[in-house]
Design a protein around this ligand. Structure first.
Ligand code: NAP
Length: 488
């Protein structure tokens, strides 16, 4: 029997940047799916905000095709759109804010969610106006999209400004990786089974790999990406959050602060990487022309209008957590654009058995691996050694116990944003980053960025459609290990 979803209270969800890519492609379809599951209470309102001069009907019209594509019957799409409205507003000008405030105040009892799906440069203006127009009343919350700053100083500026209007308990910093089914399942696997936790330490785990690989290049987002790069865009937030979920101590409960306290301890235990050791522990790459899905594709510099840049589109790192549980267990992290596959995976590689009783004819003994796949198809595989079936002597095979969630449960998995949006409405911040976590992550990332800048070196080139520069392979192979690329 499946558990029925918890109900939520009627709410007003205001999406600043309501006409943007994220809102149209992800947030509105996610809300629509929750509507189809009966989780948007009657009377709730979803209000898009942007500068474009649209009315309610014009906005609804701009969303229709994305919602139909999201899989709803036309009648359901229209019913959902009945709860959607629009207000043209400029975050930087007062015009229109009075009438917006009046609209929101029509429902004083509603939970209010202000989702800032705009460029972070607007966060401060929006929060200031939400404050000065008296909209932070009752059960209000603000959701901040990434990136929260481009270093510790700029993150602090944003967090200070938001904090002058909203309390920390009202502030939801979204990292959609934390809403993914597999990440939730990591908690269930680790703390809901007696099997894993006794082995989850340096005594039994050889190393951990986290890969977030994209096949796409930067395309039209080059101007934004060039100011960020792979470390800021992927490692400082998503990959470090995944690392925390793997490495944290068992929290005493699933209460938001219990989980976030444990994640924070991991971030604070990361061994610093700076000018003294960045060359040893990090590899930066930038793609040049190559192929993706059988088609020729341009290099990063050709996609950039400026044509010159030291921004990394690939990074591989060897991270270490300096505590009792993980002493001496490397966490190899890598992410990049224009890699051969779109895949996000955590691979926990256990130590080899201490002694083999099998002769050479049995074949090699592989190490057990637990593979948690976040995308494209979420699932978990546990690789075990078994005997090859049938006569012919004892020959060993390495095979996965394979649980694809879609197959195992016969349902399509909700998008991470579906879970996270409703968690905001419920006021549950467990899967959101607390301010001190963001700061600790920047405290680790800033010296790496500074070391790269000080070196003056360009990132190493790699051909689009390959797994990054050869130095990234050397990073792990000089430790006698290899990147996990054969988990199928
Ligand atoms: P986008 O497509 O450029 O959309 C920006 C939105 O902000 C538009 O609706 C724009 O509409 C509005 N806007 C711009 N200036 C405004 C102003 N002064 N006042 C009010 N509204 C204004 O950006 P996006 O891709 O949706 O990304 C939004 C945020 O989410 C960014 O912080 C991004 O880093 C983050 N994010 C995006 C993705 C993604 O997949 N797209 C993924 C993760 C995080 P008008 O120009 O009409 O005002």
């Amino acid at each position: 029997m499946t558990a029925s979803p918890q109900p939520v209270e009627p709410f007003d969800l205001v999406i600043f940047g309501g006409t943007g890519d994220l809102a149209v492609r992800k947030l509105l379809p996610a809300l629509f799916h929750r509507f189809l599951d009966g989780q948007i209470p009657a009377g709730s309102r979803i209000i898009g905000i942007a500068r474009e001069a649209l009315d309610d009907d014009g906005y609804r019209g701009s969303l229709r095709s994305a919602l139909v594509e999201a899989g709803g019957a036309q009648a359901k799409v229209e019913e959902f759109l009945g709860q959607v409205g629009y207000r043209p507003l400029d975050a930087r000008k007062d015009e229109g804010w009075d009438s917006f405030a009046a609209l929101i105040s029509e429902q004083p009892e509603h939970v209010r969610v202000f989702y800032l799906s705009t460029s972070p440069e607007l966060f401060v203006d929006i929060c200031n106006r939400l404050g000065s127009y008296g909209l932070n009343r009752g059960q209000s919350r603000v959701v901040l999209e990434k990136p929260i700053g481009r270093d510790l100083a700029s993150a602090n500026q944003i967090n200070d400004a938001v904090g002058r209007v909203f309390d920390e308990s009202q502030t939801f910093r979204i990292d959609h990786y934390l809403g993914k089914e597999t990440v939730q399942n990591l908690l269930a696997l680790r703390f809901g089974n007696a099997l894993f936790e006794p082995l989850w330490n340096a005594g039994h785990i050889d190393h951990v790999q986290i890969t977030v690989a994209e096949t796409l290049g930067v395309g039209r987002r080059g101007a934004y990406y060039d100011r960020a790069g792979a470390l800021r865009d992927m490692v400082q937030n998503h990959i470090l959050q995944l690392l925390c979920m793997v490495a944290m101590e068992p929290p005493a409960s699933l209460t938001p602060d219990a989980v976030r306290d444990e994640k924070l301890k991991v971030l604070r235990s990361l061994r610093p990487i700076d000018e003294s050791n960045a060359a040893q522990f990090t590899v930066r790459g930038q793609y040049r022309a190559g192929a993706a899905e059988g088609q020729g594709v341009p290099g990063y510099l050709e996609e950039l209008e400026g044509g010159k840049s030291h921004t990394e589109t690939f990074v591989a790192l060897k991270a270490e957590i300096e505590n009792w549980r993980w002493a001496g267990v490397p966490f190899y992290l890598r992410t990049g654009k224009r890699l051969p596959e779109r895949v996000s995976e955590i691979v926990v590689v256990f130590k080899a058995v201490p002694h083999s009783i099998f002769g050479a004819s049995a074949g090699p003994l592989a190490q057990n691996r637990l593979v948690l796949r976040l995308q494209p198809d979420e699932g978990v595989k546990l690789w075990l050694t078994i005997k090859h079936p049938g006569p012919g002597g004892l020959r060993l095979r390495h095979v996965p116990l394979d649980m694809s969630f879609a197959e195992a449960f016969g349902v399509s998995q909700p998008d991470a944003y579906e879970r996270l949006l409703l968690d905001v409405v419920r006021g549950n911040p467990t899967l959101f980053m607390r301010r001190d976590e963001v700061e600790a992550a920047w405290q680790w990332a800033d010296p790496i960025l500074a070391a790269w800048a000080a070196s003056g070196e360009a990132p190493r080139p790699y051909t689009a459609g390959t797994w990054g520069p050869s130095a990234a392979v050397a990073l792990i192979e000089r430790d006698g290990r290899t990147w996990d690329e054969d988990s199928e």
